[in-house]
Design a binder for this molecule. Structure first.
Ligand code: SAH
Ligand code: SF4
Ligand code: F3S
Length: 474
């Protein structure tokens, strides 16, 4: 049985001591570490912690693999394609290791929680020195130290395979090197209890566990004080935040408390499961000062039969009802979604239901995927008679529809003036700045790089399927 376990201050201190030992070992010349991230924002967030630990261990962070003394690959298991790409890239590190035999290669993330993958790495990817799972990010310094101690031993005794069963811990106070000075991830929970029949995430990320509200609010206050302007709350299903905590709090309650933190910033969150998106949530969002009027509400399928097979706990009518309710509280709502095409047993008629729902809702943006069987999930055992080629035809049709609607929605912005946050430089003239509307739409701007981190008024002058273009008007 799963129990929520918080890392103790003593355990954290021990990790800091391992950092000191590693630092002493690296002294004498600069050492460089590269962290390569695949998958979702949860992984991006974990990679920030890995970079925090590595910095504390004395490494300088680099993105040049030829310079690296350590490479950590943070992997994703959600689709087979992602797994293949990762393993290909890990294999290619063999060339780097041939040039630099002291190179330390670490593989972490969701893929490593699957026993079959661990076995494969052990057998066929001898370049890998350390395998660790998402539940062990908090103790990375210790694992790295033990790996260093083993170096030079022959054969498998020189390698450390540490990924644990999917038990979850909650770790506060870990160092973090953030990727941006403007946008920040704020993980409020980890894991997932939903077990959608196609999905590997609950098996690799473990049971759902929430951070305490006081810890989250303190971190949010620190971020705002440090000048972050765009904070994204992260969880596989933020709508079920609070389950299992002593505090009596739910997600709308947390959002309302966060919104009360004074400052000029935007609050976002990812992801919402439609079954748990409530009127209370839409009310808080609509009334809040900081909340983006954006919901990413993964539909997965528009067919009631397929939704049932997917174990999603809502049907088409319920989903549409929620969308209508959300739009009542936020008429300017930006709505995005995820859709899977070609779930086992999906028919032409089921797919037509998805298309018609998409036409009805008119999403601002959609992320579409062809179903990928994940060993160990119930869907992987279901008969799947439709050919890959046929699924591809459906997929292309859905993508065309998605692109047409996004293009139309983007075109409607042209001529309008929006408040946007300039969040970075694109490196491409003449639209050298990237920015986001409060609803999360990407706007390319031409302007002074000194505007990065500032809110500006932008007049939208042009649009494509994927983005808006504009000029700074104030
Ligand atoms: N927790 C998030 C989703 C995480 S995975 C949520 O529930 O919204 C991101 C997306 O990947 C999912 O929404 C789904 O559309 C897609 N996905 C997950 N498993 C998949 C699989 N086996 N094949 C294809 N797409 C998948
Ligand atoms: Fe996967 Fe479903 Fe959990 Fe999302 S809610 S992570 S799709 S099991
Ligand atoms: Fe991938 Fe793990 Fe995220 S499987 S989508 S990185 S939770």
């Amino acid at each position: 049985m799963y129990e929520r376990r918080e890392i103790t201050p003593q355990e954290r201190l021990e990790q800091t001591q391992y950092c000191e030992k590693i630092k002493a070992r690296l002294a004498g010349r600069p050492h460089y570490a590269l962290v390569d991230t695949y998958g979702c924002q949860q992984n991006e967030s974990d990679s920030e912690i890995l970079r925090g630990w590595l910095t504390q261990c004395g490494y300088e962070i680099t993105d040049d693999v030829d310079r690296a003394d350590l490479v950590a690959v943070n992997t994703c298991a959600v689709r087979e394609h992602a797994e293949k790409r990762v393993l290909g890239n890990v294999g290619a590190l063999g060339h780097n290791k041939a040039k630099n035999p002291e190179l330390i290669v670490c593989v972490g993330g969701c893929m490593t929680q699957q026993p079959t993958v661990r076995e494969k790495i052990k057998r066929s990817y001898r370049v890998v020195d350390l395998v660790f799972g998402p539940h062990e990010v908090w103790q990375f310094p210790e694992l790295l130290w033990r790996t260093m101690e083993r170096q030079g031993r022959r054969g498998d005794r020189g390698r450390l395979i540490a990924a644990q069963p999917s038990e979850g811990v909650v770790a506060e106070g870990l160092p973090r090197q953030r990727d941006s000075a403007v946008k920040a991830w704020l993980a409020i929970m980890n894991g997932c209890d939903n077990f959608c029949s196609y999905c590997i995430v609950p098996y690799v990320r473990g049971r759902e566990r929430s951070r305490r509200p006081a810890d989250i609010l303190a971190e949010a206050r620190r971020l705002v004080e440090a000048g972050y302007k765009d904070i994204t709350l992260l969880g596989q299903n933020v709508n079920s935040y609070g389950k299992g905590l002593k505090e009596d709090i739910d997600f709308p309650g947390l959002l309302a408390q966060m919104d009360a933190i004074p400052g000029d910033y935007v609050l976002r969150f990812m992801t919402s499961h439609p079954k748990d998106a409530t009127e209370a949530l839409f009310r808080v969002m609509g009334a809040s000062e900081h909340c983006a009027h954006h919901i990413h509400l993964p539909l997965q399928s528009g067919s009631d039969r397929i939704l049932k097979e997917m174990n999603r706990h809502y049907d088409r009518a319920k989903y549409l009802e929620k969308v209508a309710l959300a739009r009542r509280y936020m008429p300017d709502l930006v709505l995005t979604t995820d859709i899977i095409v070609g779930f086992p047993g999906e028919t032409e008629a089921d797919f037509a239901d998805t298309l018609s729902l998409v036409e009805e809702v008119r999403y601002d943006a959609m992320f579409t995927f062809i179903y990928s069987p994940r060993p160990g999930t119930p869907a992987a055992e279901m008969p799947d008679p439709v050919s890959r080629a046929e699924k591809q035809v459906w997929f292309d049709q859905l993508l065309d529809t998605a692109n047409r609607i996004s293009g139309e929605k983007h075109a409607a912005y042209v001529g309008r003036t929006c408040r946007v946050l300039v969040d970075g430089e694109t490196g491409q003239a003449p639209y050298n700045l990237s920015s986001r509307t409060k609803g999360g739409r990407l706007v390319h701007l031409a302007g002074d790089p000194a505007l990065v981190g500032r809110f500006v008024q932008a007049k939208i002058t042009d649009s494509t399927t994927w983005a808006l273009y504009g000029e700074v008007v104030g």
